[in-house]
Every structure is written in C-alpha cells, then in structure tokens.
Design a protein around this ligand. Structure first.
Ligand code: GUN
Length: 303
C-alpha cells in the first residue's frame, strides 16, 4: 500500500511570508508605507503568549511595523474597548488582532465588534463574516484560508468534492465551510452531536479536523484516497521520550487525527506539527499587508 504524501505547511508558509516581505519592501520603496500590526494580549495564558510572540517576530521579519500590547488579566472590558477605539483612530495602525481566548469576565463578541472591520486582520468581525459568506471582498480568517491554500495547491480544482469540516467554531469551522462552498465543494459541518460521525467522515474526499481531541480520528474513518487536513494541536504525554528534570513525563504535539493510521488510507495528509500551524501567521501577515493597501487606496497585491 502506498502511504499518503505529506503536505508541507512549513514550506507553503515560507513562500507566503517571502511574497509578503517582497510586497512590503515595494510599498516602502514606492509609497513610504510600512504596514503595521498591533496585537493585544490579555493575561498570561502560556499558549497565547507563544502565539503572540511569534506573530510579533514574524511581522517584524517581513519588514512590517509590529507592536504588542500586553494587558493585565484583570483589565476591565471597558478599558480594552477604549484601547481598541484608540487603535481604530490611529492611522499608523493598519491591522488589529486581539488574541483569543479572552478572560471570562470579558465578552469576546463585544470586543471583536469594536474593531474597525477594515483593520480586522482576523476576519472575525460580523461585517467581515457577512462579506465572506456573500462572496464580497473581506479579510479571510487565517487558519481556514491556510487550509484552503494547501488544498488548492495540492488538488487543483475542488469542484464537486465532498468536504467534511469537523468544527463549528467561528475561528475555523464556519469560515472553512464558507470557503469550501465558494470552491464548489459539497460541504458538511460535523460536531460533537453529529450522529454516525465515523461514517460521515468515510464519505469525505476532503476531511478538515479541528475538534481539539488528540488523535480522535482513526485510520478507518478515512476514505481511501482522501485528503486530510489536521488543524488540531494537542499536547500529550510521551513516555518514550523519558522524564523532565522535575520528574514529569515529557510531552509531544499531536493532531486530531491518528496520523500513523490515517496516512495508510489517505492520498495527502498534513502533519502536526509542520502542517496547518505555520500557515496561520503567514496569512496574518498577508491580511495586514492587504489591509494597509486598502486603507491607503493602493492596488492590492495578488498573493
Ligand atoms: N486564538 C487562536 N487562534 C486565533 C486566531 O487565529 N486569532 C486570534 N485573534 N486568536 C486566536
């Protein structure tokens, strides 16, 4: 049996970052414009801190202006809303990203809707959600767009394919479904209450997994020849790696798909790490670049 080909997200993401960096240098040279991203982090969630640090580092490496504002865990919703208002009015800020999740006392929907939709580089504002579902120009949520880019590059035309999206989140599942629909796929959105989930998965030519349950999707859930995109990033104990200095078990990252089993059935599969993950920040840079061009009335680069 031939094993699935690996879709190399790291390589795809590197190409996007290089193209963005080139466009940024052209904007600087020709228009004295430096696209700039402000990331707001509330609290000290370790995973969020890692993501935010990478977002800042990669935007700087692409030649963009990069600013991270770190607020205390206990900041009031009103203070956060006031900060967003200030950033909306600051013409030197082209993109605003508030890292999610937010502490429980802050209403995420209120915060997202306070961001100027034209600076919303996540594409989470309801105006941008509406634009996406109606086919208007909008910033496209970074992770699902990364999945789509890899699918297009790997499979070409997606017309007529059966796609199953295992997630109904606003960040991944719903925008992913909208994007696949716009590529003429027949789309099913599945979730924790979906009946006969394994059978639904077996019907899918394209399977997008983003449930956050380590290795939940087994090899025999995969249709032979399917393309599997694993958005999950889960940390599990890795006894084979031994112990940390404090005696705890070492860990490793796995996706929502049992990779070793699934690769025996699939034609193409993304690994974890090194699959979807790197595409998210690459597309954040792309969205920031495009937002800057739109705000200044310049032609958008075709990336
Ligand atoms: N938390 C996890 N993923 C994301 C993302 O894509 N954007 C934001 N703002 N927060 C996140």
């Amino acid at each position: 049996m031939t094993e699935a080909k690996i879709i190399d997200g790291k390589a795809f993401a590197k190409r996007i970052r290089e193209r963005v960096a080139k466009e940024v240098s052209i904007l600087k040279e020709n228009y004295d414009l430096v696209p700039s991203l402000t990331v707001v982090l509330v609290g000290d969630d370790p995973a969020s801190k890692v993501y935010v640090t990478s977002k800042g580092k990669q935007s700087s490496e692409a030649g963009m202006g990069s600013n991270t504002i770190h607020l205390d865990e206990n900041v009031s919703e009103q203070d956060l809303l006031d900060l967003i208002k200030k950033l909306n009015n600051d013409t030197s800020v082209n993109g605003i990203l508030v890292q999610l999740p937010l502490p429980k006392h802050i209403d995420e929907a209120n915060v997202i809707s306070a961001i100027n939709p034209d600076k919303d580089v996540d594409g989470f504002h309801t105006v941008n959600v509406g634009r996406l579902w109606t086919g208007a120009k909008s910033p496209i949520p970074c992770t699902p767009f990364g999945c789509l880019q890899m699918l297009r590059e790997t499979l070409g035309d997606l017309t007529g394919k059966r796609a199953l999206v295992l997630s109904r989140s606003n960040i991944v599942g719903k925008p992913m479904a909208a994007l696949l629909l716009s590529e003429n796929c027949t789309v099913t959105i599945a979730h924790s209450s979906t009946a006969d989930l394994a059978d639904r998965c077996r019907e899918a030519d394209i399977l997008i997994a983003a449930v956050g349950r380590p290795q939940m999707i087994l090899g025999d859930w995969i249709k032979p020849g399917a393309t599997v995109i694993d958005v999950g990033i889960n940390r599990i104990d890795a006894p084979e790696k031994g112990n940390n200095k404090d005696g705890s078990l070492k860990s490793r990252l796995v996706g929502d798909v049992n990779f070793d089993e699934a690769k025996l059935n699939a034609s193409y599969i993304t690994p974890v790490p090194g699959g979807v993950g790197p595409m998210t920040i690459a597309n954040l840079l792309r969205n920031t670049l495009i937002a800057a061009c739109r705000q200044k009335g310049l032609a958008e680069p075709n990336l």
